[in-house]
Design a binder for this molecule. Structure first.
Ligand code: HEM
Length: 253
């Protein structure tokens, strides 16, 4: 959480690691990273960092589900510190207001365009009920469509924090611009999604994303998503002699 240094892959030791912070408990697929790392260590030991592997795997995973491809400059090195508390203080909350989201992004060198474009990643994946439960308990949060809240209440009974819902119902395994269609229909799942439509600047970017055809890889949304991912992947990276190249991504050398 100090930057893009692969620290999210480290296991807890005498102190709890980022991985074990509540917002990270749904992270999975660590075995994919470990397999890539093991192969690379066989071919060229100590050369490709876990931070670079994570950036490359993310790019390829988005490509495989129909999303854009972007370039991943390499040469990041791995961090040796991973603290649960850093994840808790740095990751924006799904209950955040627009101003809170904007300020957490600005702290990392990201702007409102990055915020809107990267939030478009909520076109894939699932969420636990707890991340939006307060919005569907009656009276329904006015920024959420009543018809959508009714559907969500069927899956998410009060107190249920185990069940998962698709974040972009119907195409949660496809990378497209539906997220923005959902936002316009008051079907953003989190308060932090709905918060984007409350700001004029953010709305202008939402409109550009809506005008984007996602069958075309040169569309505004796809191009900008790639750009913002590259920018995010360069936040506070370790280079030169800083950090290390881990031999195993879950363990400091
Ligand atoms: C703007 C601030 C953001 C907030 C508040 C936020 C919040 C969340 C929350 C609460 C979940 C559901 C976790 C769960 O209950 O299992 C989630 C899922 C997800 N988020 Fe975000 N997120 C943000 C930005 C991003 C960004 C920048 C990306 C990537 C570019 C992203 C990609 C995803 C993906 C792919 C999932 C689905 C994960 C899965 O299927 O388990 N999010 N997000």
């Amino acid at each position: 959480m100090q930057g893009c240094d692969g620290s999210v892959l480290l296991n807890s030791t005498n102190q709890d690691a980022e991985k074990d912070a509540i917002p990270n408990l749904s992270l999975r697929g660590f075995q994919v990273i470990d397999a890539a790392k093991a192969e690379l260590e066989k071919q060229c030991p100590g050369v490709v960092s876990c931070a670079d592997i994570l950036a490359l795997v993310t790019r390829d995973a988005v490509d495989m589900i129909g999303g854009p491809v972007w370039s991943v400059p390499m040469g990041r090195r791995d961090g040796v510190i991973s603290l649960k508390k850093d994840a808790l203080t740095n990751l924006p909350s799904p209950f955040a207001s627009f101003e809170q989201l904007k300020s957490s992004f600005i702290k990392k060198g990201l702007n409102v365009k990055d915020l809107v474009v990267l939030s478009g990643a909520h076109t894939i994946g699932t969420s636990h009920c707890g991340s939006f439960a307060s919005r569907i308990s009656k009276p329904t949060d006015p920024s959420l469509a009543e018809s959508y809240a009714t559907k969500l209440r069927i899956k998410c009974k009060p107190g249920d924090n185990k069940s998962l819902v698709e974040m972009d119902p119907g195409s949660f395994r496809t990378f497209d611009n539906h997220y923005y269609i959902n936002l316009r229909r008051k079907r953003g799942l989190f308060a932090s999604d709905a918060a984007l439509v409350t700001d004029a600047e953010a709305n202008s970017f939402i409109n550009s994303a809506l005008a984007s055809s996602t069958s075309n890889s040169t569309s505004w949304f796809f191009t900008e998503f790639g750009r913002s991912m590259e920018k995010m992947g360069n936040i506070d990276i370790l280079t030169g002699n800083a950090g290390q190249v881990r031999h195993h991504c879950a363990l400091v050398n």
